[in-house]
Design a protein around this ligand. Structure first.
Ligand code: ATP
Length: 409
């Protein structure tokens, strides 16, 4: 039964009942509908929903489909989404800061940490999250996001939005299909997506790396201007030992390590509030990286994080990471240190001797070098006329290119 109005009128009236979920406006008033084409009962609604995040735009599309489908005389309905303008879209090099999240093993909570960290940083920055975990892209699930991924006018993939945060993942493109990609193929696919994604946000990019230290991880880190990596581990001693090796490997590849997140450190009983350790944390001392956070095993971290609104423990992690990345690559050189970075090799020994011999017994000697200064310990023991074993010497790699040696005269 029709009432004398044209099908186009009735379709438009139905569309006016579909509202912008964020404002009390019809989809026309909100500018979501660009054109309505009606031909022989077939309706095509052209929309521009690029101002909405993926989930909201999906909700609007479904509401449009339902409303139009109920109209008398409509045989089929189709929603077309206009490609957003690519003006101002940026490549990965546009980010002020790039932070990678890595783990030695799978299942330790790397994606949970990467996603929560991105949401924490989104409180104060324009943040983008790239899920580089090509074999298990979990970020869309953790954020409850789905495709489709649209293309810019240039044909580059546009990230999906969640609360002002840009998100890109192979999981958004290949929804539901596990990716059995290997070696060069995985690397090429990832590298294409990484290089070509047309990001809208440009402050901070958080990358969720695949677990381990395989080719994809190392090449991604080498090809990307990563400011620092956050490693995630459980306190289980074997996981910590693997993580310690991963930290060394990153440093060998000149990737600054911002610190470690010790995940699932304890479980706080819902009933009595008592905190119980989940693992015997006996190996943390082997980890040559600052601990950025110890996260409990909690249902709070299993929920869907919202950009800009995260549990307090994650807020603190975000602050620590933001601080660490500001100073990544810098070494805190104490005023009394001998800094032999960039000093000609023939002069180095003399600088060390001069400073060490000027100290009274018991005073602290600090050396900053651009090479591993472990052999200097032998030289110091000869200067002090003390057996090497009796000299208290500590060597640490402060940045990928700076070591600090501390000893007592
Ligand atoms: N602190 C935590 N409290 C409660 N559950 C957690 C915590 N951290 C992680 N989980 C849960 O553990 C599971 C694995 O976490 P996640 O997917 O983040 O690990 P992953 O290291 O990224 O794994 P993979 O890289 O192998 O895919 C998820 O179900 C996640 O919800």
């Amino acid at each position: 039964m029709t009432d004398g109005t044209t099908l186009t009128d009735r379709v438009e009236a139905a569309l006016r009942t579909v509202r912008d979920p964020a404002a009390d406006l019809s989809v026309f008033e909100a500018g979501f509908v660009e054109n309505v084409a009606v031909a022989d009962g077939e309706v095509t609604v052209e929309t521009d929903l690029t101002a909405l995040d993926g989930e909201t735009s999906q909700g609007v599309i479904e509401a449009i489909l339902r409303a139009v489908d109920d109209v008398d005389g409509v045989e089929s309905v189709h929603v077309e989404q206009a490609a957003p303008s690519s003006e101002g879209r940026a490549g990965v090099e546009a980010f002020d800061r790039v932070i990678a999240v890595a783990s030695a093993k799978g299942g330790v909570g790397k994606s949970t940490v990467a996603t929560h960290l991105a949401c924490a940083l989104a409180a104060d920055h324009d943040v983008a999250l790239f899920d580089a975990d090509i074999h298990g892209p979990n970020v869309p699930t953790l954020l409850d996001l789905s495709g489709p991924v649209h293309s810019s006018e240039e044909g580059d993939p546009l990230p999906v939005r969640r609360g002002g945060m840009d998100v890109m993942s192979v999981g958004l493109i290949e929804s539901g299909t596990p990716l059995a990609w290997r070696g060069a193929m995985a690397h090429d696919a990832l590298s294409d997506l990484f290089t070509n994604t047309a990001w809208r946000n440009e402050d901070v990019l958080v990358i969720d790396l695949p677990p381990g230290t395989g080719d994809v991880v190392l090449t991604t880190l080498q090809e990307t201007p990563v400011d620092g990596v956050v490693v995630v581990t459980t306190p289980f001693h074997a996981a910590v030992a693997d993580t310690a090796r991963t930290v060394e490997l990153f440093r060998d590849n000149e990737v600054p390590v911002l610190g470690a997140v010790i995940n699932m450190a304890e479980y706080v009983c819902d009933c009595c509030g008592e905190a119980n350790d989940l693992f015997a944390a006996d190996g943390l001392g082997d980890l040559d990286a600052p601990v950025l956070a110890e996260l409990p095993f909690t249902h709070d971290l299993q929920g869907r994080p919202e950009p800009g609104s995260v549990p307090a423990v994650i807020e603190r992690l975000g602050d620590r990471v933001a601080d660490a990345v500001e100073h990544a690559g810098e070494v805190d050189v104490p005023a009394d240190a001998v800094d032999i970075r960039g000093v000609a090799p023939q002069e180095r020994k003399e600088r060390v001797r001069e400073r060490f011999e000027s100290l009274a017994p018991g005073e602290r000697f600090v050396l900053v070098s651009d090479r591993d200064p472990t052999p200097v310990a032998g030289f110091l023991s000869r200067l002090a006329e003390t057996p090497r074993d009796a000299l208290d010497v500590d060597v640490r790699r402060a940045t990928p290119t700076a070591w600090v040696l501390e000893a007592e005269r």
